[in-house]
Write a protein that binds this ligand. Structure first.
Ligand SMILES: [Zn+2]
Ligand SMILES: [Zn+2]
Length: 226
């Protein structure tokens, strides 16, 4: 099977599916809670077989998922939504999407749902949201900050990502975020920093652990200079 499954910490698993069509890893996350499983994003519709396979490997099925948090409405994040028939599914009100929808557009600009705090960051898509799992201090960034099309870190899927971080810094230095988008992007980075995460679960590829405050400070400093 063309996917990776790894435990991020005592509650969280990452599934990274290789998408040969888009040439990228695309991630979904399963979080074990007292109330059942939570899933963050669901990859493309055609990836559901991998999600099911991964769920079986950790001793669950799709029916154990009771909450689905959607970072934004792109097809590589909502495509697999119909797999989770027992879950309450939520997305931000400003987000548009085409997936057959049982998703509630109820998320506000800032709030709490279950064990998650969330904030709309609005860069990459208008209603994009980051979710913070306070019990494990894990931040789910969706495509606000991800490694679309990048190889995995030499350190592995879940790692400090010493080789991935410079790529993001160069991307930002080189104008990868347009001048018009920069203020909103910087605001999002500052919100991320306020959460003070110890794990960063991105929408594509690398899951970063360790010294995230340093990484965020670096990005903020570059953004402010531009
Ligand atoms: Zn996206
Ligand atoms: Zn994406």
């Amino acid at each position: 099977m063309d996917y990776l499954l790894e435990q991020v910490n005592n509650q969280i698993y990452v599934v990274a599916i290789w998408d040969a069509e888009w040439n990228t890893y695309t991630n979904a996350y399963f979080i074990q809670e007292d109330t059942g499983l939570t899933v963050v994003d669901s990859c493309k519709e055609g990836h559901s077989v991998f999600l099911q396979h991964a769920l079986n490997k950790i001793g669950n099925t799709a029916n154990d998922v009771k909450l689905m948090l959607v970072t934004h409405g792109h097809e590589d994040h909502v495509g697999g939504v119909s797999l989770f028939t027992e879950a309450k599914k939520v997305i931000h009100a400003d987000e548009t999407f085409t997936a057959a929808s049982s998703i509630s557009s109820e998320l506000l600009d800032r709030g709490t749902i279950g064990n998650y705090e969330y904030t709309r960051v609005g860069y990459h898509s208008p209603g994009s949201v980051i979710f913070f799992h306070r019990p494990t201090r894990t931040l789910f960034t969706g495509d606000f900050l991800c490694f679309f099309g990048d190889p995995l870190s030499d350190g592995g899927l879940v790692s400090k990502g010493d080789d991935l971080r410079p790529a993001w810094i160069e991307f930002l230095q080189g104008g990868g975020v347009s001048k018009g988008d920069l203020p909103q992007f910087l605001t999002g980075l500052r919100i991320m920093k306020e959460y003070d995460p110890c794990v960063m679960c991105t929408g594509h590829g690398g899951v970063l652990v360790g010294d995230l405050d340093v990484f965020l400070d670096e990005l903020i400093a570059i953004g402010e200079k531009r």
